[in-house]
Design a protein around this ligand. Structure first.
Ligand SMILES: [Zn+2]
Length: 476
């Protein structure tokens, strides 16, 4: 048995089950991978003590949607002002150059940033498999997650309908449906750990209804259910997508999912911005989940997802940073703040409280991804914990340390983070790797990727802003 950890003297904790007296400090004890005790002035003869003074502890946050590889294409000048479809088409011409190394290092960068902003469980939606990378990209992501110590639900994404068959992606990044299904089964057999304390699981995740066939959607659902793994895809992100679905499938996106047997408590969708009342009720009735990506929805001008209504109806909801080309960051605590603020824009100041935002960002996400034992600070729960200092200038003068975390400070960097009882961030630094090394190598790969794409496509991506921003009518 490893030595217990005792976090002592916390200014406050965000917890539904633990109350403390005003003015008292809070302690949290971790034994193995669980929270073993919570209280004030806990004693221990053998624990390793971690100083929590001036700090606030929250349950580790769950990021429910991401595309790690997009770290390599943040803030490209000519793609900063485009809506989703033209934004995608232009990015694909760059992304088709990614390699195994590019996926590994961008995963390290994304996971590092997530951990440093309080995220302890993440998923990633990787659907891009350029012909010359010869698979194994998910394997590289799993290596990166192990290296830094985050709890990881990898998804085996897919695209099978390229441009020549009426889809959005170029033919160079699509795979045959048999290749996709074979690799999905290989990954489940090799990596999927269904145990409650699992550090790695697999889900299956076709990219979207406009990049795979209906047959692959149904076959993927069949394979997932046969193997008890979850299903994920993008849905109802933009009005363009809605129009596309009506034109091609003669129904709205959610109805398409219903027909394809893609609703249920083993399914979660990214975005769900454009849902009507019946669809919200259908999500609640079937337990289908939503990964809410507020920054991405604002960045691409997609709209405001009906999160207040989904929560009120009882549908599962989590929060997500989305890919780093449409956010363009992986600041998970920042995303909790954005979720809270965005609902208030049209629905009033009480549309989402601080507590609701934290709940969705932690327990909501953990549950939706199938990790019921985490996402909350209480005795017996998984020891996935994020601790933030509140004695910096940006938190000066706050009277509610928990509320202040997202109402005040806008510069989020965790002091300590624990995943499965193991410390993965210490004194604001990653334990698994030097972040400067990650940034340096990833920057190098990012700049090579963009310059190779420039030569291939005869575009200077750093100076040419004309194509995407002026062609706002490009549609699938
Ligand atoms: Zn996405």
């Amino acid at each position: 048995m490893t030595r217990p950890l005792l976090i002592r003297g916390l200014r406050a904790v965000f917890s539904q089950t633990y109350t403390y007296e005003q003015g008292a400090t809070c302690d949290i004890e971790i034994k193995d991978n669980r929270i073993s005790r919570m209280g004030s002035r806990l004693e221990s003869s053998d624990a390793l003590i971690i100083d929590g003074h001036s700090c606030v502890a929250i349950p580790g946050l769950a990021n429910t949607h991401h595309h790690f590889y997009q770290v390599l294409t943040r803030a490209i000048p000519r793609m900063q002002n485009a809506p989703l479809f033209p934004w995608l088409v232009d990015h694909y011409r760059v992304w088709e150059g990614i390699s195994q190394e590019a996926v590994y290092w961008s995963s390290l960068a994304a996971i590092g940033e997530l951990l440093l902003t309080g995220c302890t469980l993440t998923t990633d939606h990787h659907y891009l498999f350029p012909c010359d990378t010869a698979g194994d990209l998910i394997d590289r992501q799993i290596s990166a997650a192990r290296k830094l110590g985050i709890r990881f639900l990898a998804t085996r994404g897919s695209m099978s309908v390229g441009k020549s068959k009426g889809g959005l992606p170029p033919d160079g990044v699509i795979q045959t449906e048999q290749q996709i299904l074979d690799d999905s089964i290989r990954l489940i057999e090799t990596f999927h750990d269904p145990s409650p304390d699992s550090m790695q699981r697999i889900a299956l995740a076709p990219c979207s209804p406009f990049s795979v066939s209906e047959e692959l959607m149904m076959e993927t659902a069949r394979v997932a259910r046969e193997n008890n793994v979850r299903l994920h895809t993008h849905l109802a992100e933009t009005l363009d997508e809605e129009k596309y679905c009506i034109r091609r499938f003669h129904c709205r996106p959610v109805e398409l999912m219903r027909r394809l047997n893609w609703l249920g408590n083993d399914v979660w969708f990214a975005h769900c911005v454009h849902l009507n009342d019946e669809e919200i009720q259908l999500f609640a009735d079937t337990g289908s989940g939503t990964a809410h990506c507020p920054s991405s929805n604002m960045r691409l001008g997609s709209g405001i997802a009906p999160i207040r209504e989904l929560v009120a109806a009882g549908a599962p909801v989590g929060i997500a940073v989305d890919g780093s080309a449409s956010n363009d960051g992986s600041d998970m605590l920042g995303e909790v703040r954005q979720a809270m603020l965005l609902q208030r824009v049209t629905k009033g100041a009480d549309a989402m409280t601080v507590a609701e935002a934290f709940e969705l960002g932690s327990k909501g996400g953990y549950r939706m991804l199938g990790f019921d034992q985490g996402g909350r600070l209480e005795v017996g729960a998984l020891a996935d914990i994020a601790i933030f200092r509140t004695d910096s200038l940006d938190y000066t003068g706050i009277h509610d340390p928990v509320g202040g975390l997202i109402l005040a400070g806008d510069c989020h960097r965790a002091e300590h983070v624990f995943v499965n009882g193991k410390q993965v961030v210490t004194n604001g630094r990653l334990c698994g790797m030097d972040e400067k090394d990650i940034a340096e190598t990833t920057n190098q790969i990012a700049s090579e990727l963009l310059s190779r794409a420039g030569s291939r496509n005869n575009v200077n991506y750093l100076t040419d802003r004309s194509d995407v921003t002026s062609d706002r009518t490009t549609r699938a």
